[in-house]
Write a protein that binds this ligand. Structure first.
Ligand code: GLN
Length: 475
């Protein structure tokens, strides 16, 4: 067990000499070694991390350190760290090294974090179980026969197993919140455009977001506020000011209004998850919160719209992996066209291929109007539903996932069943709003159950306040 409960406390203890950063990094490296069977990491940077620990401890001792000095972070292997491998857990990028730092990474490094390694994930972040990785599946630390969720399964497992202080993931349709819920930790997806996507390997550019995993709301807020904010290198990044998130976690008596959307509690939701989430709602009521019923009438179309739009974007984004410019090139070809074909056929895994084909289909002449354009319209309806809801409430409370973590291999033969795992998370990406998953309860089998909070665009502040309140007063 760690001798501190959150990052702030750790920094204080380092300052007082009660915790040595080098020993702390060694402890994590040791834990990573002991938990190798989880397969959470694609790469571990032991020497770099130890060297950084010495340098940063000196900075802390001289009082000239960054805000996150000594925070030990694991990074999903879809984000660029200069000079380090960037594989997206795909054979097509198996030997590729990043040429520059992603903006989110650079901002964290500027505040003196220590990067301990790169974490396993579904190939190109496409999946809900981490089983589509070319580096193999990740095991759920709570129950090794189960998946950790996906696509950021390695990051969630690393935090849950105590292999680092925090981790970065990406969320295009739930890939931070769902694994956080399966592993029993906190995971936040920011508003679309809040965190620069520069240096993130694109899956679906109008959905992709970068966010943190941690053991508590305090650490989530501390990491998010450093990464967030406008960036000249990402033309879609927002200029909206980033408030002091970590310094304002208390509600100070203001009671946020909570919304209950019936559409998120219908068929397909496990009774145990339903009971856990409504149990939290009852406790909130007893604590004086008003819970108002709201409606998100287009919820039933979220999965369809999400998988049409994201596969369309993926088919375009992944066209760059052609054997000529990046990564793997097949030797089995005698013409340029054949080289493209065999590099892609051999380099990509089956889920990625399925999505490229689906995306190409929905964008093709004759089908564009029937699928792609229609899905764009549905996306607007879903966004409008949230706009209406947030006129009445500040926060919407839902389950994160319809069930706790499922068994490894249980859903790999049926893509649709796997896609349905994203039923409560994809709407936030369609609407561009922020969401967080909180470890709310345990099932009868001891599996974590996650609760999701959603807020209006750029309202991470209320989202974190509510999360902090629930963490300290309800759970
Ligand atoms: N599970 C979803 C999918 O497969 C979400 C992935 C993500 O958020 N990167 O697309």
């Amino acid at each position: 067990m760690l001798p501190y409960k959150n990052f702030k406390e750790k920094l204080e203890k380092i300052k007082k000499g009660e915790v040595s950063l080098k020993e702390n990094v060694s402890f994590f490296l040791n834990e990573i070694e002991k938990n190798k069977h989880l397969n959470a990491f694609n790469f571990v940077f032991a020497d770099d991390a130890l060297n950084q620990a010495v340098k940063i401890e000196e900075k802390i001792n001289s009082g000239k350190h960054g805000k996150l000095a000594g925070l030990v972070v694991a990074v999903k292997d879809v984000l660029s760290i200069q000079g380090k491998p960037l594989t997206c857990s795909s054979n097509i990028l198996r030997d590729f090294k990043a040429l520059y730092n992603a903006t989110a990474i650079q901002r964290l490094l500027d505040e003196d974090i220590i990067i301990i390694g790169k974490t396993n994930c579904d190939e190109f972040a496409m999946g809900s179980s981490n089983e589509s990785s070319a580096f193999g599946s990740v095991l759920n630390p709570v129950d090794n026969t189960r998946v950790p969720g996906g696509s950021s399964g390695g990051s969630a497992a690393a935090v849950a197993a105590g292999l680092c202080d925090a981790a970065l993931g990406t969320d295009t349709g739930g890939s931070i919140r769902q694994p956080a819920s399966f592993c029993g930790i906190y995971g936040l997806k920011p508003t679309y455009s809040r965190v620069s996507r520069y240096g993130l390997s694109a899956y679906a550019s109008s959905f992709d977001t970068i966010g943190p995993f941690a053991n508590n709301t305090e650490d989530i807020a501390a990491v998010l506020e450093v990464m967030a904010g406008w960036d000249a290198n990402d033309s879609t990044s927002s200029k909206s000011a980033v408030p002091d998130l970590s310094g304002n976690l208390s509600m100070n008596g203001k009671k946020l209004r909570i919304g209950f959307a019936r559409e998120y509690f219908g068929d397909g939701l496990s009774t145990e998850v339903k009971k856990a989430i409504t149990g939290v709602m009852d406790k909130l009521k007893t604590s004086g919160f008003e819970i108002e019923e709201i409606s998100l009438p287009h919820s039933e179309y979220t999965i369809a719209a999400y998988y049409i739009l994201t596969t369309a974007e993926a088919s375009s984004n992944l066209a760059r992996y052609d054997g000529a410019r990046y990564g793997y090139r097949s030797d089995n070809s005698s013409s340029l066209l054949e080289m493209y074909k065999s590099s892609r056929s051999e380099g990509f895994g089956s889920e990625v291929k399925r999505r490229i084909m689906l995306g190409t289909y929905v964008l093709s002449a004759g089908y564009y109007d029937a699928y792609y354009r229609k899905a764009q319209k549905v996306r607007r309806f879903i966004k409008n539903d949230f706009d209406e809801a947030f006129k009445k409430v500040d926060i919407i409370l839902t389950p994160t996932s319809p069930s706790p973590a499922f068994k490894l291999g249980e859903k790999t033969s049926d893509p649709l069943e796997m896609y349905l795992m994203d039923i409560y998370t994809t709407s936030a990406n369609l609407a561009g709003i922020p969401g967080i998953s909180i470890p709310a309860a345990k099932s009868s089998e001891g599996l974590p159950i996650g609760l999701q909070l959603l807020a209006n665009q750029f309202n991470e502040s209320d989202l974190l306040k509510m999360s902090y309140y629930i963490q300290h007063n309800i759970l």
